[in-house]
Write a protein that binds this ligand. Structure first.
Ligand SMILES: Nc1ncnc2c1ncn2[C@@H]1O[C@H](COP(=O)(O)OP(=O)(O)O)[C@@H](O)[C@H]1O
Ligand SMILES: [Mg+2]
Length: 354
């Protein structure tokens, strides 16, 4: 038997976008926000039959695990850097664009920030300039390419071609993969290429150096702004130009990179404390529980900070776990007991114990 919660789930379930492919990126870019999920009170929940309750709870779990992205100060500051770097890409006749490097610890919202920005830019350009280029190619302003472990030169080119759905992606032995990639980017008039999970490249290893040199070659061949995203890239030797080649263009590419980080929240000053509270309040307002109330998170601001060290990824994990427990244990709100019962990720637990 179907019910409206099952139907809500069918329309709003955990859509997993395969962002490494054009179709998945397109779905992400053009997805409508989730339909709001109705908050039932205890009495209304008690009146649900077994299947309805099962589906309503599942719908709430999906909803609470996907709270809207908060315009945190970190995200807004990163946006400002991105805009600035892209602005310099509008200079006439200047073929080589600047690039931006987003480097920070895990769970700081690097991928989220890059994806949201990419999505907004992609939509904006398609709206203004139309779906097709003057030559009749599909316009594709933003490419999002997540790398994977053990990335080689060939693997990188294949990833780019896979994103564009280029048939040569699967062809194994070809030295022209790189120029195919350049063709895709030029014909689709791509403006921004986001390379995520760059920490998978070991820039001190032979393969990594090869990839790094190739990135610089690509940046030189394509009138595109690159966004390099990864965990602590400086420490991984991403900027060590000496390794990457003698040629002047290489050094120049590196000099054109603008660095950007996403810091954790802190409670060091009144201003930063206020930002933490504001972020908790924004998330709190979206949570669907029968007895959700304003202050449900902000009343525990210090404890939540201790548990997460102000890391947005640990925070959304904590909220996720707390909402789930609030539903399964019947508390229907988040309180100190529920927070204490949530099992945290490893890094956050170790730091909280210090
Ligand atoms: N501005 C934000 N608002 C709400 N949630 C966020 C925000 N930034 C990150 N998150 C959440 O934090 C988690 C980690 O973010 P992610 O972008 O994957 O971090 P990173 O790429 O730095 O490891 C994700 O679940 C994401 O939904
Ligand atoms: Mg990431």
């Amino acid at each position: 038997m179907t019910n409206r919660w099952a139907e809500w789930l069918r329309r709003n379930g955990t859509t997993r976008f395969d962002m490494a492919r054009k179709a998945g990126w397109d779905a992400f870019v053009n997805a409508a926000p989730r339909e709001p999920l109705e908050r039932l009170d205890r009495r209304q929940i008690a009146a649900l039959d077994e299947e309805e309750l099962e589906d309503y709870n599942e719908a709430r779990i999906v909803w609470n695990a996907n709270l809207p992205t908060v315009q945190t100060p970190q995200l807004l500051a990163a946006y400002a850097v991105f805009e600035q770097v892209l602005a310099s890409g509008r200079r006439d006749g200047d073929r080589q664009r600047g690039s931006v490097v987003v480097s920070a610890d895990a769970g700081r919202g690097k991928s989220t920030t890059a994806q949201q920005f990419g999505r907004d830019l992609h939509r904006r350009i398609c709206r203004r300039e139309g779906a097709l280029t003057a030559e009749g190619h599909q316009r594709w302003p933003v490419a999002f390419i997540p790398l994977s472990a053990g990335m080689t030169l060939k693997g990188l080119n294949q990833k780019i071609l896979e994103f564009y759905g280029h048939p040569a992606a699967a062809r194994s032995s070809t030295s022209s993969l790189g120029s195919f990639a350049v063709d895709c980017v030029l014909s689709c008039q791509t403006r921004l290429i986001v390379l995520d999970e760059l920490h998978f490249i070991d820039f001190r290893h032979r393969h990594g150096i090869e990839v790094s040199n190739h990135l610089k070659w690509l940046a030189n061949e394509m009138p595109v702004t690159f966004m390099y995203v990864g965990i602590n890239l400086a420490e991984r030797g991403f900027f060590d130009d000496g390794l990457a080649g003698e040629q002047a263009i290489y050094a120049q590419t590196s000099r054109r990179a603008t660095r950007c980080t996403l810091s954790a929240f802190s409670l060091d000053s009144d201003a930063s404390h206020a930002m933490w509270i504001k972020t908790l309040r924004a998330l709190e307002g979206g949570i669907v529980l029968a007895e959700a109330r304003p202050g449900m998170l902000t009343d525990h601001a210090r404890e939540i900070f201790r548990r997460t060290q102000g890391n947005i990824g640990s925070l959304t994990n904590l909220i996720d776990g707390a909402c789930l427990l609030a539903i399964t244990k019947g508390a229907e709100t988040i309180d100190a007991d529920i927070l204490a019962a949530v099992v945290m990720d490893n890094a956050a637990t170790r730091s909280a114990a210090r």
